[in-house]
Write a protein that binds this ligand. Structure first.
Ligand SMILES: [Zn+2]
Length: 402
């Protein structure tokens, strides 16, 4: 079904604007009125990363009058494989400023507002204030639930997207459009609970095909333009699932959950909650196991020297995937992926008479496997805080990071 346009049209387009947007103006559904609505629109994009990069570029090119960017990070070389709004010379710069510069090059008529801060409970409403629509390009669950809840309380519709390896999803969550059909769900209606900590790796841990960002980011822009101008049938109450390997798009119906904790009849979430706690970076078991059994990479380097000299013995286990170990590694580690710990086969490969030291990329996965190994009786097992990333940073900068 269609929804009324979110934005009223601007008074007029200048001659420059008519020239620039002529290919929109001659589409009957968009026309002068639609383009004037885009000119008047204020859209907030959360994150100038994988999804935010294509989203910002296309929203700018389309003539959205005001674009807000929420981003506190800096451009890293490993971003350039997919975050096409940034270039080589931007490495080390603020992503928000880099994105602003690129937008100015694509369309100098766009007013860009940068919010160079991490989205938190205490700034989210101030940042959201005044925007007609939000495009969520967040890469973590804590921020995703924060965006959903704050957008719901603030009554602002948003376009959501997520990406992982070859798979993408997109939808529009707009319970504020409820008055139209009473059926518009929120993100919690679809995903009431975050996945268990450690079960779903982030892009940094699991990888993502660069061009997938463009596939999903452009769907988000497509939906944004439809909502702003009131054309077509937006993804309200529908989930788009994209499989890049099979080249398959599927559309599923998402119903509003009458028992939703946020938008349901007996809502229990009535204000913003502690999202870090709700989504937990590691499980309770892992946090408990790691509490008194985390060593630094400096300690590990010292222990490896002692092992070389023969004054100490232990087994160092890398619990990452083989393709990650090809990128960088801590010398002397054996590779047993985390999955082998979950299915129990890893325990047969561990010597029973030696201390077990585990590491992964950043220390999240190794905290999970530490809990398993300790539970199997290796009471003196430890894991390396910060993982191989900290090793490369502090001990061996000659290796690449990812
Ligand atoms: Zn809901």
């Amino acid at each position: 079904m269609s929804y009324p346009a979110l934005v009223e049209p601007a008074d007029e387009l200048t001659i420059d604007e008519v020239r620039r947007y002529s290919r929109h103006l001659i589409i009957p559904d968009v026309g002068m009125s639609g383009q004037k609505r885009l000119k008047n629109a204020k859209v907030l994009v959360i994150g100038a990363g994988g999804l935010g990069s294509p989203a910002l570029l296309y929203l700018a090119a389309a003539g959205v009058g005001t674009l807000g960017i929420v981003e506190f990070d800096e451009v890293d070389e490993s971003n350039l494989q997919r975050q096409v709004i940034h270039g080589q010379s931007d490495v080390g710069r603020s992503k928000a400023q880099s994105a602003k510069d690129s937008i100015a090059e694509v369309n100098p008529l766009v007013n860009v507002v940068v919010h160079e801060e991490r989205l938190e409970n205490d700034n989210v409403y101030a940042i959201f204030e005044g925007y007609d629509l939000i495009v969520d390009g967040t890469d973590n669950f804590a921020t995703r639930y924060l965006v959903n809840d704050a957008a719901y309380f603030a009554g602002i519709p948003y376009v959501w997207g997520s990406i992982y390896r070859f798979d993408g999803q997109a939808s529009v969550f707009a319970p504020s459009l409820d008055g139209i059909d009473g059926e518009a769900p929120c993100y919690r209606c679809l995903y009431p609970e975050p996945p268990p900590p450690g079960m779903v790796p982030s892009c940094a841990e699991g990888g993502v095909l660069g061009v997938l960002c463009a596939s999903i980011g452009s769907i988000q822009v497509n939906e944004a333009i439809k909502l702003l101008t009131g054309i077509g049938d937006p993804l309200v109450g529908k989930l788009m699932i994209y499989d890049a390997l099979e080249m398959e798009y599927r559309k599923l119906k998402v119903r509003k959950d009458p028992n939703c904790a946020l938008c349901g009849e007996n809502a229990t979430v009535t204000e913003l909650i502690d999202y870090e706690y709700f989504c937990g970076a590691v499980s309770d078991e892992a946090a408990e196991a790691a509490a008194d059994a985390t060593i630094s990479v400096v300690t590990l380097e010292h222990m490896l020297k002692e092992r070389e000299e023969g004054s100490r013995d232990f087994v160092l286990v890398d619990v990452r995937e083989p393709n990650e170990a090809e990128i960088n590694h801590i010398p002397g580690a054996i590779l047993i992926p985390k999955g082998d710990f979950l299915n129990g086969s890893a325990l047969e490969k561990l010597p029973s008479d030696k201390q077990v030291v585990m590491h992964c990329k950043t220390g999240v996965r190794s905290a999970e496997t530490l809990a398993i190994v300790k539970g199997a009786g290796y009471s003196d097992a430890v894991h390396v805080g910060g993982g191989v990333s900290a090793w490369v940073n502090q001990i061996d900068p000659s290796q690449p990071s990812y």
